[in-house]
Design a protein. Structure first.
Length: 115
């Protein structure tokens, strides 16, 4: 299950509209940090799935890692949604700076909350 979620997350990170939006918002380094974190989470969860977890604290910690992966996925969904919104509004020529500023702040706030 964790591997499927992480596969979806890495797919989002390679979307062209997503990458274009990330560059425009200058949040590339933050997303690279998330990507590294996700790679580490994936390796740990993958390793743990092949071992018998006998300590409750280890199980709780792995559960926390799983939830962190879900939180990162939620942030990436916000970024992807904003990227798609920008791409569509640029095509129609109806972009307002007020909406862009508001949504950009939400995305940056979401990324900051994960640190």
């Amino acid at each position: 299950m964790a591997e499927a979620l992480l596969g979806v997350i890495f797919e989002k990170l390679t979307d062209e509209a997503f990458k274009k939006y990330v560059r425009s918002q200058k949040i590339h380094s933050e997303l690279n940090e998330l990507k590294t974190t996700l790679s580490n989470i994936k390796a740990l969860l993958n390793d743990a799935s092949h071992k018998e977890i006998t300590h409750e604290s280890v199980g709780l910690w792995l559960n926390s890692l799983q939830h962190l992966a879900y939180d990162i996925d939620d942030v990436l969904d916000d970024v992807a949604t904003e990227a798609m919104h920008r791409e569509l509004t640029q095509e129609s020529g109806a972009v307002t700076s007020k909406v862009i500023y508001c949504n950009s702040g939400k995305v940056l706030g979401s990324i900051s909350s994960l640190k």
